[in-house]
Design a protein. Structure first.
Lengths: 114, 114
């Protein structure tokens, strides 16, 4: 079946530090890949997505590139801010028809210190 | 309108109560979902509706009863819940099931069962 593996957390960084959050996946076919962010007390927001190999998704300074050869979709940001403190979920959607589901990784908590 | 709206935001109910959660979207999406999220965990899929018909029930106990009155509305009826059912309940929608484009999530209903 499909699965998503995220690096273990939590992650604590100082403001303006470089961020990398690793995500690898297992899926049949050609899935779409997503990063969702959940701020404290809120629902999930789509941060960025990529639908085919070598696509780069980007939003709010975050980037992730769909790497089919390494089955990875690592999230990066060059300079984090305190407001980026949240839980980040990597996810995939494999379009297999009516029973297709969004499969999430375990999530990782990011805390950014001033 | 690009939102999924959930009401109420917070709900406290006793184990003998009957209550309902409501979800609404006006994006023309034909797939709608209920997820349950416990603290520091990824969302777990409960139900999927496709074109107003239930297409996936992830072996959810019968004390949770979904309903899709029309293409814009999704309800979750709750009856005789247990304290362990306390969680954040998230509604989501997508253009179709098996979509490559990800889901739009609501902000959730935080449910406490006492």
């Amino acid at each position: 079946g499909n699965s998503v593996t995220q690096m273990e957390g939590p992650v604590t960084l100082s403001e303006e530090a470089f961020l990398t959050i690793n995500c690898t996946y297992t899926a049949t076919g050609y899935p779409s890949l997503f990063w969702y962010v959940q701020y404290p007390g809120e629902g999930l927001q789509l941060l960025l997505k990529a639908t085919k190999a070598d696509d780069k998704g980007s939003n709010k300074g975050f980037e992730a590139t769909y790497r089919k050869e390494t089955t990875s979709f690592h999230l990066e940001k060059g300079s984090v801010q305190v407001s980026d403190s949240a839980v980040y979920f990597c996810a995939l959607s494999a379009p297999t028809g009516a029973n297709s589901k969004l499969t999430f990784g375990k999530g990782i908590t990011l805390s950014v210190r001033p | 309108d690009t939102e999924v709206t959930q009401t109420p935001k917070h709900l406290v109910m006793g184990m003998t109560n009957k209550k309902s959660l409501k979800c609404e979207q006006h994006m023309g999406h034909r797939a709608m979902y209920w997820y349950k999220q416990k603290a520091k965990k990824p969302p777990e899929l409960m139900f999927v509706y496709s074109y107003e018909k239930l297409s996936i029930n992830e072996s959810v106990p019968s004390r949770f009863s979904p309903e899709c009155p029309n293409s814009s509305l999704l309800n979750l009826h709750l009856h005789a819940l247990q304290p362990e059912d306390s969680a954040l309940y998230l509604c989501a929608s997508s253009q179709e099931t098996g979509t490559l484009w990800g889901y739009t999530f609501g902000s959730g209903t935080r449910l406490t069962v006492v």
